[in-house]
Design a binder for this molecule. Structure first.
Ligand code: FAD
Length: 307
């Protein structure tokens, strides 16, 4: 068995594996795809100390760094369940079982997509999911935010300080965001809010986004907006479905509950990154959390009897 088994090969998993391996303990990393969401990212401008990099390049450096230690790396494998007896066991979809004295869960998350024509085609060409990441690319331009919940209205307020104009489109007849956020958004001159708006298509010129089409759910009319960017803010879904029967404590969104050392409700099981209740989902934050969880796991190992 492993001393520390890391599940996930994104920034959180890579950091956890490096921190664990540097303690000289037996470390494994299993992931469906090394790099995680970073592989889907083009420009990265907020990875501190690196003014500009690109997702696949950062993912390759992460993998190379992990490989410099004796970490057992297994990719192309999806976990199906987690159980705890004397050891913690991960059952994989392939039928294999991996056992470890401690586990760091770092399975990340995925953005909920609109599922309309043009969204996939123009992803990273005007269709964006992360205002902290991509907001500055739209300086001086008109953008839309789809979704009037807290993340949508926060995104609109954030973007309004950078871009020329923001139009928020909400499907329901009212905004679901907190009143204080709604008031703030309504007070800003360059934010428009349209409710009862069903986005039906992201439009583009073949190379980048130039507009979107939506239906007014009251009148049934179809309208077009001209803009350069569409921020989809309809939810971030943690990749934790396989933990539903594990007994691990999660919040109502499915995020794994952790404490300040990355410990979950199950002894020996730690978690880090976008799959957890951490409030902000970013690369540098996930890396720090991965390091924390690995150190938490090491602390747990030196205190536990299963040596
Ligand atoms: P992830 O990166 O999601 O990695 C999860 C890992 O777990 C992957 O290896 C995956 O294959 C694996 N996995 C998941 N489920 C299973 C399973 N059941 N079994 C086995 N393996 C599994 N952040 C920034 O700081 N700056 C940016 O510019 C930026 N731009 C972004 C652009 C886009 C398009 C997206 C989608 C995100 C962006 N982010 C950015 C956010 C950033 O990518 C995430 O916060 C970060 O990758 C989270 O790291 P993580 O390790 O927690 O999870």
């Amino acid at each position: 068995p492993y001393d520390v088994l890391v599940l996930g090969g994104g920034p959180a998993g890579a950091a956890a594996a490096i921190y664990a391996a540097r303690k000289g303990i037996r470390t494994g990393l299993v992931a469906e795809r090394f790099g995680g969401q970073v592989m889907d990212t083009v420009g990265i401008e907020n990875f501190i100390s690196v003014p500009y990099t690109e997702g696949p390049k950062l993912a390759a450096s992460l993998e190379q760094h992990v490989k410099e230690y004796g970490v057992d790396i297994i990719t192309g494998q999806r976990a199906a369940a987690l159980t705890r007896d004397k050891m913690i066991e991960l059952q994989m979809e392939s039928g294999a079982t991996l056992a470890s004295k401690s586990v760091v869960l770092a399975t990340g998350a995925r953005w909920r997509e609109l599922g309309v024509p043009g969204e996939a085609e123009y992803r990273t060409k005007g269709v964006a999911y992360c205002p902290h990441c991509d907001g500055p690319f739209f300086k001086g331009k008109h953008v839309a935010v789809i979704g009037g919940g807290n993340s949508g209205i926060e995104a609109a307020i954030d973007l309004a300080g950078i871009v020329k104009h923001v139009t928020v489109l909400e499907f329901a007849d009212t905004l679901r965001a907190d009143e204080v956020l709604v008031r703030k958004a309504r007070s800003m001159a360059n934010i428009d809010i349209i409710t009862n708006a069903q986005t039906t298509e992201v439009l583009g010129d073949g190379a980048k986004v130039n507009g979107l089409q939506y239906t007014d759910r009251v009148s049934g009319e179809s309208n077009k907006l001209e803009l350069a960017g569409v921020f989809v803010q309809i939810g971030l879904v943690p990749n934790t479905e396989f933990l539903l029967d594990s007994g691990l404590e999660m919040n109502r969104m499915g995020e794994i509950e952790i404490d300040s050392r990355g410990a979950t409700s199950m002894p020996g099981v730690f978690a880090a990154g976008d799959a957890t209740t951490v409030p902000y989902k970013q690369i540098v934050i996930s890396m720090g959390a991965g390091a924390t969880a690995a150190l938490g796991a090491f602390d747990h190992l030196i205190r536990s009897s299963v040596a």
